[in-house]
Design a protein around this ligand. Structure first.
Ligand code: WTA
Length: 645
């Protein structure tokens, strides 16, 4: 939830110059839904075959650009080369050790085309083609982008698993989508340290039956890692293949063909496979990227997210490349090789648009503005924020120190499920308010409702819903239409239920208030309490576990684990470490609980239900309220003592 601060009430009207030149026009907000997207589709994408119908909407199922044929890779790469932009830089590649590294290099659109064609030809030799799913488990190296595009070129759906997730997570997701091939890298390089990557994948895949038959390994560090019969290095696989685009034409895909699955955390059960299809998704990300960030031909854009999340899919790979935009791709972390590495990158490449998360901005605030001194950030014209609510004071710092006291900030609200930005200020149009995403993108119709479905008034927090379809919306959950309907379309019969709390201010601007379900947002990464609980109970000493979130200055939210132990087991520091390790092994390091509270039992009602509300209050350090329905109120006292001590 966003904090009230002294900056509350301040507003920033748009720069009149920007209002004149901005790509987005105020009339777009008045346009009919179909008319707006039809115009965008004709202007922004190249089609192999025209579509017959803009939208076929049978709530909750949408089909966009019905009957059309296109290819996402063609739109991101080939058409730019054919259109004379082959020599334009697509990616400024910044390795882990920063922009001064001898490994820093530029990849033009022509280079990118050759790399993609080579990888696609290599994948073909392994039997990958239209409809054959591929897993990708990589860090922020250019081959990750190339891999996504190579799959798109062949019509092979991909699923990217965040490089920081465990091998178990890789295996689960690859098996669910029935991936035949997994693309990974030998090792990960982050913050000057090499870490396991390929061997993680092995561990996960070897733990049980798997559909993965081949692993393609990109050499990043050159470490001597174990290679088995099923493994092949990318450079060996592509040693003798052609890089001529004619040798591997872009597969014509139906508008509604699966482009990728991205798994995300839900409040219960296994991760949800969010289905994104080709035309609507590609158009949604391309249009929003162009209009929200006011992308021009000479823009230098940097989205500092990770390829493994939806932000990386939409706003590192597909949106910017379809817009023929020059981007920075940074492998590393904010504090290495120096606390000024980000500012060095912006200075060296003349970055004009920076898109990042409140967590990253906060880490820079904490490091201090002295690290900015000596670096020229005057190229910055536009800033973006995503992933969590941004506090007004963080917003002000971002604008002042990174935006030179003038760059507008686009606080963009959206989700893995929505595919692209839906609520955001618009450049040159919106009077900005720190800490608010404010306004729907053209064609988007939000409402804020109470649990009974009534629309709420000013300053009343309720549930954010969307009443009109948009092109990049998830089509369903993979092989689980029931869960799709249940999770998003059953709370209200006529609208998409986003799972976020929100309220309107007196001007009709929207403020997002955080998740209202059991999804925890740690540093902008979505995790479900259920998944963390499942990981904890895998430990032999644990009887039961329940997880709640508390506010954290650095990470937005942090995970508090309440754990009851078997028999006479004691909650020691070693056990706490072991549990954290257990979660890292099972999900990934970012899911490790910040606090572990041990007790003899969890607080339960007489019917045996864990009182989650109580745990939430405990985690947040709030008043506990009524505990009279508990079987054993002393359990809570025990926990409270530990929380305080
Ligand atoms: C949260 C990330 C407030 C929200 C693109 C949403 C935000 C969840 C914002 C989706 C924002 C994202 N202000 N909250 N600007 N952007 N969120 O799927 O709770 O990783 O439901 O997609 O992040 O997270 P996801």
């Amino acid at each position: 939830m966003s904090e009230q601060t002294a900056t509350e009430g301040k507003t920033y009207p748009p720069d009149p110059e920007l209002s004149k030149t901005a790509n987005v026009r105020p009339e777009m907000k008045e346009q009919d839904l179909r008319e707006f997207w039809d115009e965008q589709a004709k202007a922004r994408l190249d089609w192999f075959e025209d579509y017959d119908e803009v939208l076929d909407w049978q709530l909750p199922y949408a089909k966009w650009f019905v009957g059309g044929k296109l290819n996402a890779c063609y739109n991101c790469v080939d058409r730019h080369v054919e259109g004379g932009k082959g020599d334009k830089v697509a990616l400024h590649v910044v390795p882990d050790d920063g922009p001064d590294s001898s490994e820093a290099r530029d990849i033009t659109f022509s280079d990118l085309q050759r790399e993609v064609v080579k990888m696609a030809n290599g994948l073909k030799e392994l039997g990958v083609g239209k409809g054959v799913p591929v897993g990708i488990y990589m860090q922020m190296i250019p081959e990750a982008v190339v891999a996504m595009l190579a799959c798109a070129r062949l019509g092979a759906p991909h699923t990217v698993v965040f490089g920081g997730f465990s091998g178990k997570a890789v295996a689960e997701r690859c098996n669910d989508l029935e991936c035949k091939v997994l693309i990974t890298q030998d090792e990960a390089m982050r913050g000057g340290k090499a870490g396991a990557q390929k061997t993680n994948a092995d561990e996960g895949l070897d733990a049980g039956p798997t559909t993965v038959e081949k692993i393609v390994v990109v050499r990043r560090t050159g470490a001597d890692i174990p290679m088995n019969d099923r493994d092949v290095y990318l450079h060996d696989l592509t040693a003798n293949v052609s890089d001529d685009p004619q040798s591997c034409p872009c597969e014509p895909m139906d508008s509604e063909d699966l482009l990728f699955l991205l798994y995300t955390s839900g409040s219960t059960g296994k991760p949800k496979g969010v289905v994104h299809t080709t035309a609507g998704y590609l158009l949604g990300v391309t249009t929003t990227h162009n209009l929200v960030f006011d992308v021009k031909d000479d823009s230098v854009y940097w989205c500092a997210a990770d390829i493994g999340w939806i932000t990386g899919h939409s706003y590192i790979t597909y949106g910017p490349l379809a817009n023929a935009c020059t981007s920075v791709l940074f492998e590393g972390v904010p504090g290495y090789p120096g606390k000024d590495v980000w500012w060095k990158i912006i200075d060296k490449y003349g970055v004009t648009i920076l898109y990042t998360s409140p967590t990253a901005i906060k880490s820079h605030m904490k490091a201090g503005e002295q690290h900015i001194e000596g670096h020229d950030l005057s190229s910055i014209k536009m800033l973006g924020s995503v992933g969590e609510p941004i506090n007004p004071d963080v917003w002000e710092w971002y604008r002042e120190h990174i935006g030179g006291g003038k760059a507008p900030i686009m606080d963009t609200w959206w989700q893995t499920e929505t595919g692209h930005i839906l609520i955001t200020p618009l450049p040159g149009i919106t009077t900005l308010k720190p800490g608010m995403a404010q306004q729907p993108f053209p064609g988007v119709r939000p409402e804020i409702r109470d649990d009974e479905g009534n629309q709420l008034g000013v300053e009343q927090t309720g549930n954010l819903v969307l009443t009109q379809p948009w092109p990049g919306m998830m089509r369903t959950l993979y092989k689980d239409d029931e869960r799709f309907k249940d999770t998003y379309w059953s709370k209200y019969s006529d609208a998409y239920f986003a799972g976020d709390g929100a309220k309107y201010d007196a001007d009709g601007d929207i403020q997002l208030m955080g998740r209202i379900d059991d999804v925890v947002n740690v540093s902008g990464h979505r995790l479900s309490t259920f998944e963390v609980e499942s990981a904890l109970v895998e430990h032999a000493d644990v009887a039961e576990a329940a997880v709640a979130a508390r506010k954290d200055d650095d990470t937005g939210q942090a995970i508090v684990a309440f754990v009851s132990l078997k028999g006479d087991k004691q909650g020691t520091e070693e056990l706490e470490q072991a549990l954290r390790e257990q979660v890292a092994q099972s999900i990934g390091k970012l899911a490790r609980p910040a606090t572990v509270i041990f007790s003899s039992d969890l607080p339960k009602t007489r019917s045996g239900k864990i009182m989650r509300r109580l745990l939430k209050n405990l985690a947040e350090g709030e008043e506990l309220g009524d505990t009279s329905t508990l079987v054993d109120p002393s359990v809570v006292e025990q926990m409270q003592k530990q929380m305080n001590g």
